[in-house]
Design a protein around this ligand. Structure first.
Ligand code: ZN
Length: 363
């Protein structure tokens, strides 16, 4: 099947011509397409999704995942990590067991556990009663409960080094976040092999000129990917501009979306927390930000609107998050790779979405 596009983002560069799909994979690119319309780009990969389309993943069953998956597909996401925030162990394990191994919608690339080994000083909306100090036995029980792919933890906690080593030995990506780490403490974690940070600047020791903290350390190193929530609420536009100038090509867009994303404003739950969605922001009872209603296509549009080239803005939603997972064939469009694609119109509207070569969304 030919897509009928006029160009495709191949290996990070726009290549004129059509794309052919065969047996779920990209068979050819750059084929003549005199009447082609739109641009094929890799499907978006979201590393941090707490819920979507009215569904909260801490309370979702298989039907909830199906509904959330359909809503995520509409926003161009073809692969994501259901993300579970700090929660009492029994509830967390129960939620992990509900995550379908094979889902019909976008690919579920594993679980992102955000907590419970976080700094009590940087919890944001995570419930303090469920926070835990590093505990290897608890970690083992959580890893046994489901396919954990990313764990966000605070590296400065006593005993965090052992967690980092245990996670890395199991092939789980460690992401530093909800952390009060100094630059020195953060660099110690990066020297242990940690290569990414969760929602840079949010729920993190703030950057100061003589105390750059984990945010400054992550930006100063060339080997660390910084994840950002680019919804215009979590970070000021100038902050995103500064991040891009420091870390172009190693910025991963995440949504941190919650149940209220993709549905009208109103009251929703984030685990045990009642939150209110209004004017693009999600806040808990105390006014603290509690996730977002951002979509990946809007995160890309927002980055592009700040002057970042389209190729690079899309890379921040595709190949860079795939690199966080250490999956070099994911988030890329090229011959022989799985046909997980989005076709964008000239105004960056989503025309169609393909997973494994199958059209799942057609505008
Ligand atoms: Zn968070």
């Amino acid at each position: 099947m030919k897509l009928g596009v006029e160009a495709a983002l191949v290996g990070g560069s726009l290549v004129p011509g059509d794309v052919e799909i065969l047996d779920g994979r990209i068979a050819r690119v750059g084929m003549s397409s005199p009447n082609g319309r739109g641009t094929a780009v890799p499907g978006f990969i979201d590393l941090q999704v707490n819920g979507f389309g009215g569904v909260d993943f801490l309370e979702a069953d298989a039907e909830g995942y199906r509904r959330a998956g359909e809503a995520l597909l509409e926003t161009g996401v073809t692969g994501y990590l259901p993300t579970l925030i700090t929660t009492p162990e029994d509830e967390l394990v129960a939620a992990m067991r509900e995550i379908p191994i094979v889902a019909e919608g976008p690919r579920i690339l594993g679980i992102h556990l955000e907590g419970p080994f976080l700094s009590q000083r940087r919890l944001g909306t995570h419930p303090p009663s469920a926070r835990r100090d590093p505990d290897l036995e608890l970690l083992e029980r959580l890893l046994a409960a489901g396919p954990v792919r990313i764990m966000t933890l605070a590296p400065e906690l006593p005993g965090a080094d052992a967690l980092i080593e245990a996670l890395q030995a199991r092939g789980v990506t460690v992401s530093c976040g909800h952390s009060d780490a100094t630059a020195e403490q953060a660099n110690a974690a990066f020297d242990l092999g940690v290569r990414t940070v969760t929602h840079l600047f949010n729920a993190m020791r703030p950057f100061e000129h003589r105390d750059p903290g984990i945010a400054g350390a992550a930006l100063a190193r060339e080997d660390v990917i910084v994840q950002i929530i680019n919804d215009g609420v979590h970070l000021a536009p100038d902050t995103v501009g500064l991040v891009w100038r420091a870390a172009a090509g190693r910025v991963a867009l995440v949504t941190d979306a919650m149940a209220g994303a993709g549905v009208p404003d109103g009251a929703y739950s984030l685990g045990s927390l009642e939150v209110v969605v209004r004017d693009g922001a999600v806040r808990g009872p105390n006014g603290v930000l509690a996730g977002s209603v951002l979509t990946m296509i809007d995160a890309v549009r927002n980055l592009h609107a700040l002057g970042v080239g389209l190729e690079d803005a899309i890379g921040a939603a595709t190949s860079v998050p795939a690199d966080v997972l250490g999956l070099p064939t994911l988030g890329r469009l090229d011959v022989d790779l799985p046909a997980d694609l989005v076709v964008l119109g000239d105004g960056l509207e989503i025309e169609s979405v393909f997973v494994g070569g199958e059209a799942r969304v057609v505008a």
